[in-house]
Design a protein around this ligand. Sequence first.
Ligand code: NAD
Length: 340
Amino acid sequence: MTQTIPATLISGDGIGPEIMSSVTTVMKALDAPFVWEHHAAGMGALEAEGTPLPESTLDSLRRTGLALKGPLTTPVGTGFRSINVTLRQQFGLYANLRPTKTIVPGGRFENVDLVVVRENIEGLYAAMEHYLPVGDDPEAVAYGAGFNTRAECNRIVRFAFEYAVANNRKKVTLVHKANILKILSGIFLHEGRRVAAEYEGRIAVEERIVDACAMELVIKPENYDVIVTTNLFGDILSDLAAGLVGGLGMAPGANIGEKVAVFEAVHGSAPDIAGKGVANPLALMMAGSMMLAHVGRQDLSGRLDMAIEQVVTSGGIRTRDLGGTATTQDVTQALLQAIQ
Ligand code: NAD
């Protein structure tokens, strides 16, 4: 009998329940090992339980150490922090992993296959910002600070190199802005070089200043394999990379810590199309595939990836965001056929 693995499942808001239902249906057909613990978060949880991140959801995550999460609508003007940021901080989800691969043909680029590894808890997202008064204007100057620790820079670069080794990748690019931010970004580059030296002869290393990297990514994305960078740069570059291969509907992500890993689609709750049955479930499906690989079920992950590729290429089954007319249900059915 296959070993079962308890996992927290958060359907989320907007299109969340529609795409999550597609993923759990396909996971079941694949005979995936997950036993889902259903929990709420986001707007739905706020309305039902008075908080966007109930303690029962956090407890489940502490117990399972593993979650598949649908998109969450961030309540505006309620004083609540972003749930995604809270989860990252609370569980020390220090690595954000964003694979980007050309799957849909006829896009801007045919040969993109890269992974952005973004440091997820430090940098300029530490939200240490305030105004400074000048004269009678109390908000004359906006001041913000960030921090990067040597230990965290070391850990994230090591994560990227270990990922490269485990996934048969050939090169890691350290992306920085140490020419200007000599200390804040310098510590990342310095630590990155130290870690890279340990992998000499096994994984190639390159360095790029972030602006040059952005330009090169839109001209020759096939030059990149694994990119590792600090929080803000990683946020921007990973969305840029998603845009190279068909947009947010095809972009999965993982937030990984020492004890907990949360898998999700990169896109939001898409309120404009919620309830219409036309959302693309593939980003969340690919997040599910990453989750299978994370628990050592590369066999199932590979089958799911192949099915996804087959459905959108030879099958030609594509939702509106990919230029097609298929519904969420059409994609689910096509995937079920493809994995048989
Ligand atoms: P969004 O990603 O929800 O939508 C942007 C555009 O992309 C919309 O036109 C939408 O219809 C389209 N889109 C997104 N996902 C799609 C899919 N799977 N299939 C087809 N089309 C899709 O971004 P937004 O409108 O800026 O944000 C809406 C809400 O989601 C906000 O409350 C925001 O805070 C939240 N959000 C959550 C997450 C998360 O939970 N990880 C990420 C981003 C935004």
